[in-house]
Design a protein around this ligand. Structure first.
Ligand SMILES: C[S@@+](CC[C@H](N)C(=O)[O-])C[C@H]1O[C@@H](n2cnc3c(N)ncnc32)[C@H](O)[C@@H]1O
Length: 274
């Protein structure tokens, strides 16, 4: 089953409520790499896979100059509509963009001074095409900054659920939703080669292990549900059992201390220039 213009992760309101881990990760990465960006006058900036727009507007916005324009692009119409209703401003607008399938009739080559992307590229199966498109969208001397998951218990959860005959019919395309770097020993090196092979310069890519503490197992389960692309396919009467299986897996695969729940995950953080 192809993704067909949507990732399935469409409940923007739910995602905004439970994306604390992603928002914290984006903030920490911007803080750590802020000195890397060289700003010019009236820059045009793209945030690929902006989702509901809160990270674009609340975090990325605070690191860019006031005279820059920020465009959030996302494959999901619902995300773009939510972002436009809740986080549009004089400086920020949102529109549909599939980075694997850019429509060059409406999208101009070499139009962005900077391209950012947070927690999106693990959804991208055709990494070569996406990287090629990033290169085409950037202006000469433009800068790229990507942060995305390369390993996560959530990917193990998807594989585990697909083995269950109750859920297998709804998860046939599970591989489309697992980072292609999940089993890689050195994803940073692989991604670096991809960027270099597509013409990027000054390439720096690191593997970064992180941990995040949820206040409770319930909160972790909600966060997992908020990014689960299969949930919309599960018939309503089977949803409680599906959620129970997610909670069971979460309980068996996390560390709990004083009621708080720790998850560990590995990121790729990449900077490059054109
Ligand atoms: C986990 S959310 C991250 C949202 C936001 N950047 C954040 O950090 O909270 C991933 C987003 O990537 C979008 N996405 C997935 N594949 C995409 C593609 N091919 N092109 C553009 N956006 C895509 C999804 O629709 C989703 O909104």
């Amino acid at each position: 089953m192809a993704k067909q213009g949507s990732t399935g992760m469409n409940d923007a309101g739910l995602y905004v409520r439970f994306n604390g881990m992603q928002a914290k990760g984006a903030e920490e990465s911007m803080e750590e790499f802020s000195s890397y960006f060289k700003w010019g006058k009236a820059e045009k900036i793209l945030d690929v896979g902006c989702g509901p727009g809160d990270v674009t507007s609340n975090i990325l916005r605070s690191y860019i100059p006031d005279d820059a324009k920020l465009i959030g692009g996302d494959i999901s119409r619902e995300m773009v509509e939510y972002a436009t209703s809740n986080f549009k401003s004089d400086q920020i607008m949102y529109r549909i963009l599939d980075i694997e399938n850019v429509s060059w009739e409406t999208e101009l080559e070499k139009s962005y001074h900077k391209i950012f992307s947070f927690y999106c590229f693990h959804w991208i199966q055709n990494q070569k095409l996406a990287v090629k498109n990033l290169f085409r969208l950037l202006k000469p001397d433009g800068q790229l900054f990507l942060v995305f998951l390369s390993k996560s218990a959530v990917f193990e959860l998807y594989k585990h659920l697909k083995k269950n005959p109750n859920w297998a019919p709804y998860m046939q395309d599970v591989d489309n939703y697992i980072s292609i770097y999940h089993n890689s020993l050195d994803p940073a090196e692989e991604f670096k080669q991809l960027l270099v092979n597509h013409g990027f310069t000054d390439v720096k890519v690191i593997n970064q292990w992180k941990s995040y503490h949820f206040d409770s197992l319930d909160q972790l389960t909600e966060a997992i549900l908020a990014v689960n692309p299969f949930i919309k396919r599960i018939p309503e009467d089977l949803l409680p059992a599906y959620k129970d299986d997610i909670e069971k897996f979460a309980r068996q695969n996390i560390t709990q201390k004083d009621g708080r729940v720790e998850t560990k995950y590995r990121l790729i953080v990449a900077c490059a220039a054109k």
